[in-house]
Design a protein around this ligand. Structure first.
Ligand code: ADP
Length: 278
């Protein structure tokens, strides 16, 4: 008998997933059809998967099915599995970062980052001072140390998204879902956020699935890129070996490199062909 450990189930798996909204009504709309994909569990490191695709092709729907959000759950056909278990609803192992940051306006930045730890305190056994320390550590990591006692409305959009990132990462979710997290930000801020994400990445060891409409962002952040077909969405093309961006690398410098530009061009060509239904 072999002593080799049993292979770990994939972190995320779509098995022939279809989603029809408002089925059986005149407003019925098929957002996904026969979506199959696997994100393997690589011990000690998470994969960063980015999803590109034409508008309305079911990218957010796929993400929301991983999250188990009630607006989309369950799929109309097929299964979504997280670490080998069929998704039955939201869970602490998964966290979503949205485009529009929704904070608790009456709470300070520090309290906003600490709130998830507070909710879980009974289970985690973390003391109140420890929870505050952890929240402060994460505020440091996202560069908001000086803003701990401010309220969300006193922060810029980029700073608010940093709070969202700190609030999510302090909980160490196994899977982080991001739905166009930086698309509301201006270009310099967006680049700062991308740089921050690569810098924090090594530390969190989570698997990320991120929807973006920016091909450059997908190449800069992703280890793997899925391009969805027009609705009903499925993976029309997958790029599985995107070179890893060094931790904290300046996006402006990377953007100028020949290798990066070639890859963006190759993916743009594939994207355009899919968009035009070729
Ligand atoms: P994408 O993220 O690729 O732009 P979405 O997944 O948000 O696309 O949406 C795919 C299609 O499904 C869109 O046409 C959208 O209007 C529709 N859709 C999304 N969510 C719902 C819902 N809860 N009810 C009805 N239709 C929906």
């Amino acid at each position: 008998m072999s002593d080799a450990p049993a292979p770990l189930p994939p972190v995320v798996e779509f098995r022939g997933v279809s989603k029809v909204f408002n089925p059986g009504t005149p407003r019925a709309f098929q957002a996904l059809e026969g979506l199959s994909a696997v994100v393997e569990d690589v011990p000690g490191m998470g994969e960063f998967v980015t999803i590109l695709g034409p508008s309305g092709c079911g990218k957010s729907t796929a993400l929301n099915l991983i999250a188990g959000f009630q607006e989309v759950h369950p799929p109309s056909a097929g299964q979504v599995l997280v670490r080998g278990e069929v998704v039955r609803g939201p869970g602490k192992d998964r966290a979503m970062i949205f485009q529009k940051y929704s904070s608790f306006p009456q709470m300070t930045v520090l309290q906003n980052v600490r709130i998830g730890l507070d909710f879980n305190a009974g289970e985690s056994g973390l003391s109140a001072p420890r929870r505050t320390d952890m929240a402060r550590e994460w505020l440091d990591k996202v560069g908001l140390r000086a803003h701990a006692d401010k309220y969300p409305h006193q922060l810029s959009g980029g700073q608010q998204q940093r709070v969202a990132i700190a609030r999510t990462l302090v909980l160490k979710p196994r899977i982080i879902l991001m739905d166009e997290p930086f698309s509301a930000l201006d270009e310099p801020t967006r680049m700062e956020m991308q740089q921050l994400i690569t810098a924090l990445w090594a530390e969190v060891e989570a698997t990320v699935v991120m929807v973006t409409h920016s091909i450059a962002e997908a190449v800069y952040l992703g280890d793997r890129i899925w391009i969805f077909s027009r609705a009903p969405g499925r993976i029309a093309k997958s790029f599985d070996r995107i070179p890893k961006t060094p931790s904290g690398a300046d996006p402006k410098a990377i953007l100028k490199s020949a290798g990066f530009r070639d890859l963006v061009e190759e993916i743009t060509t594939a994207f355009d062909a899919i968009q035009e239904g070729r």
